[in-house]
Design a protein around this ligand. Structure first.
Ligand code: ATP
Ligand code: MG
Length: 440
């Protein structure tokens, strides 16, 4: 049974001695903000991912603060403070590179002044201030609704978040379907936290996911872009991908890719996306940089490749075909997820370089190697080779050897490995079972 505001009015207070959050785990700047709010007579709580991650013994990504001070009042307390946001009016307190986000308690929004709801139930504005308790009930998941009180260092739990945290359970606060409709991004968030924390999704919070993917199409494309980066560039991309496909959400984000994935090729599933995400996860784990351009090159490659082959069959050369297909796919996918141009230009170069890499004779190889996009294009080629045919593998090996060779040896390297493009690829690919719900 999902608890609601009416049924469960009394919060559970977990005193300092009975939980594991210590001030040593909290950033000094977040503590400064909390203490200054307190000494000015306001309430100050750490909330959200910071509290959740500290209780799980993980290092928080950032620290969010909730208070009864209005954004304007917060601004008078901190010189280094900026007010941001229209949808959510927030105070950002800047300390060098660290930003502490300070949000005023927010209340219910039904038809009240400052709130607004579209016909399909989506919240348009959500800026009504409220009490701590109201703030707790409008958050997304119980484990994200725990408050660390700077006055007595206790944790305040209105929604049963502490129990769910201990049980490894993600549970939407209130009626899950309604909360997903209000803000469909919550569906991506539940998947992201399931992938990242290895938590199960409570049955009542899980069921509507299978039905509501369509709602994602109403989310502004720029917001989806931000969320996609969090899903795929935080080291849990494979788990996120598998869960998104399991709940039929992926196709509402990347319909062109989904159409390719649904169709096997020569009896084998397409594995490029999965390998690309495995590779990205490994890089994140090793602390290496990953770029949105490479990520989107991976996520959109199947439709680009399929389209380019069609164009080639109609008489275009491979390079032109990849240019045209790349542009079309970027334009179409931008309707769902807006990929900023500085990234999409790079993704397109990574794709067109795939037609250039086989042409290595004369001075071409040296010129390609010197190109600013070589590294990404070569990494991309390696990924394709892993799930591709022998020709592609030979080409990738050639480039690996070429880079390892010294100047003299490079000049003498044969370019006999046949160029890619002709013949039907013979693919040997591993089959994978789709992952059930809950991921590690
Ligand atoms: P992380 O920062 O590790 O990604 P987080 O839980 O802190 O995770 P934020 O996006 O920083 O995520 O949001 C901070 C808090 O704000 C959340 O924990 C949650 O309580 C609340 N919140 C964020 N997005 C929503 C939403 N779409 N609907 C309701 N509450 C939300
Ligand atoms: Mg956060």
């Amino acid at each position: 049974m999902t608890r609601t505001h009416e049924q469960h009015p009394e919060p559970r207070i977990i005193p300092r001695a009975e939980h594991t959050i210590s001030r040593a785990g909290i950033s000094e700047n977040a503590l400064k903000v909390l203490y200054r709010l307190k000494s000015a007579g306001y309430e100050g709580y750490l909330v959200g991912g910071g509290v959740r991650d500290l209780l799980l013994g993980r290092e928080p990504k950032d620290f969010d603060v909730a208070t009864d001070a209005t954004p304007e009042e917060v601004r008078t307390l901190f010189r280094n403070c900026r007010l941001i946001g229209r949808r959510f009016r927030l105070a950002h307190v800047h300390f060098g590179r660290e930003i502490i986000e300070v949000a005023t308690f927010r209340g219910a929004h039904q038809g009240e002044e400052g709130g607004g709801q579209a016909e399909d139930g989506m919240i348009l504005r959500d800026n009504v201030y409220g009490s701590l308790e109201e703030d707790a009930w409008r958050r997304d998941f119980t484990i994200n609704s725990l408050y660390y009180n700077i006055r007595d260092f206790s944790v305040v739990d209105f929604t049963g978040g502490m129990e769910d945290l201990q049980a490894g359970l993600l549970r939407v606060i209130g009626d899950a379907a309604q909360r997903y409709r209000e803000d469909p991004v919550r569906m991506l968030r539940v998947v992201r936290f399931a992938a990242k924390l290895g938590f199960r999704i409570h049955a009542e919070s899980e069921e509507p996911l299978f039905e509501l993917g369509e709602c994602l199409e109403a989310v502004p494309a720029a917001r989806l872009f931000d969320e996609i980066l969090k899903l795929f560039m935080s080291g849990h991309g494979v788990a996120s991908f598998e869960l998104l496909r399991h709940y039929d959400l992926f196709g509402h984000l990347f319909p062109l890719t989904e159409a390719c994935l649904a169709e096997e090729e020569g009896g084998f599933p397409h594995t490029m996306v999965l390998r690309g995400l495995e590779n990205t996860d490994a890089r994140v784990q090793e602390g290496k940089p990953v770029t949105p351009a490479f990520l989107f090159a991976v996520l959109l490659w199947e439709p680009v490749h399929a389209r380019a082959r069609t164009l080639q069959a109609e008489g275009m050369n491979e390079l032109q075909a990849l240019q045209v297909a790349g542009e079309q796919v970027v334009v179409e996918s931008n309707r769902h997820i807006s990929l900023p141009k500085r990234f999409s230009l790079q993704s397109r170069e990574i794709w067109t370089m795939q037609a250039r890499l086989p042409r290595r004779n004369g001075k071409r190889a040296a010129r390609l190697l010197a190109s600013p996009r070589f590294r990404a294009a070569y990494d991309f080629l390696l990924l394709r080779a892993e799930s591709g045919d022998e020709e592609l593998q030979a080409l990738a090996q050639w480039w690996t050897d070429y880079q390892a060779a010294d100047e003299d040896a490079r000049g003498g390297m044969s370019v006999k490995a046949p160029a890619e493009g002709g013949g039907k690829p013979r693919r040997r690919r591993r089959r994978r079972k789709p992952r059930p719900s809950g991921a590690e």
